[in-house]
Design a protein around this ligand. Structure first.
Ligand code: PLP
Length: 355
């Protein structure tokens, strides 16, 4: 099926294989994979491909995505992986089996709603080991667990951490080991079993390969590695997986030879930046019908290496096609993408999703 343009063409077979490859690789080492679906807005065919690839447990950051998965009949355990808002506690308990958390006030709200619904909601307490996004500081973790254990309606399932997302901190043996050490302390102090140690995301697979993942970590939450076969934090491919699972197709709406340096006084562009240009003389330029409203342009790469992206405004992306004399109005130009570009394209309602 050819959709309207622009469209993002998704190869489900590749995604299924990526999921399968990582499930097996991690499974052999006793590590479960939570398949993270937020990168594709929990697009159902992609989620099904992940499940077909052997993923058993899902995670998404947005309650709307989780609700959509439930409405589509997905029965697998689903966790909300963005720490919940108090205002969404009721939905989180209703639609998700568990959630990642860092605030006792929120956990109390989840407990209250779970009691009303007669359910038990699973809590993974996030510990901040240095990336400075979500999580309690390590020195506070043991006492917060004590607080969680006093609450009905919630079950303390384990500890989690996330690196490589905000602060760009790389996963290491040392920062991941903090979780395992805390889990031991918690088990000793409260006489309970810490069932899950959720050691990180795609980037943490690198520790596993090097034999540097601390013993005791038994879960990784993986999105990018499955969806794109890449690991942006370590700027590499995820081992064993394939890339180019998704291709953006855009249509050319103008092709003209124009100067490469704008004519007139330069003020600010549509986004308030003062643009800088290099005068390369006349240039064959193409415009495709896609812009910053649809996509994080910096994350796109033309499949044809002779094409270069010059920039974009909200609805127009401008390409240097000087070395591609055959490009004409109405032609389709293809791009590969990184995580940020995928995220924006999947979110844009102007971009058709084609399987
Ligand atoms: C997005 C996210 C992940 C998945 O990260 P990838 O790099 O896509 O594997 C895991 N955990 C949390 C908390 C996240 O927000």
């Amino acid at each position: 099926m050819v959709g309207r343009r622009p469209c993002i063409e998704i190869n489900l077979e590749k995604i299924k294989n990526n999921a399968n490859c990582l499930v097996n690789y991690c499974g052999e080492k006793g590590i479960e994979i939570m398949g993270i679906t937020k990168g594709v807005c929990a697009h159902l065919p992609v989620v099904r491909a992940m499940l077909d690839g052997g993923i058993k447990k899902l995670g998404d950051s947005r309650i709307q995505n989780i609700m959509a998965l439930r409405k589509a009949g997905i029965k697998n355990p689903i966790y909300q992986i963005r720490i919940p808002m108090i205002s969404e506690a009721k939905d989180v308990v209703f639609y998700a089996d568990g959630s990642l958390n860092s605030e006792i006030e929120v956990i109390k709200a989840l407990s209250g709603e779970a009691k009303k619904l007669g359910r038990v909601h699973k809590i993974i307490l996030m510990v901040d080991v240095g990336d400075l996004r979500e999580g309690v500081m390590p020195e506070d973790a043991v006492s917060v667990v004590g607080e969680i254990l006093k609450l009905d309606g919630v079950e303390f399932e384990g500890l989690g951490t996330n690196v490589g997302c905000y602060g760009g901190i790389l996963p290491s043996y040392e920062n991941t080991k903090i979780l395992v050490d805390l889990a031991k302390e918690i088990e000793k102090k409260y006489g309970i079993e810490v069932k899950t140690i959720s050691g990180g995301n795609t980037a943490t697979i690198s520790l596993l390969e090097k034999g540097r993942l601390p013993e005791g970590v038994n879960q990784l939450r993986v999105g990018e590695g499955i969806l794109l076969g890449t690991d942006v934090t370590n700027s590499r491919k995820t081992p064993g997986t394939v890339e180019n699972t998704m291709t953006l197709k855009t249509e050319v709406i103008e092709v003209k030879v124009k100067p490469s340096y704008p004519i007139g006084e330069i003020g600010r562009d549509a986004f308030g930046n003062i643009p800088v240009f290099e005068d390369k003389g006349p240039m064959r330029r193409a415009i495709v019908a896609l812009g910053k409203q649809d996509c994080r342009i910096e994350g796109l790469k033309p499949v044809d290496p002779r094409i270069e992206i010059l920039g974009a405004s909200s609805d127009h992306m401008i390409l240097d096609v000087t070395r591609c004399p055959e490009v004409e109005v109405g032609d389709v130009i293809e791009f590969s993408m990184d995580y940020g570009a995928m995220l924006s394209l999947m979110t844009s309602s102007y971009v058709e999703k084609v399987i």
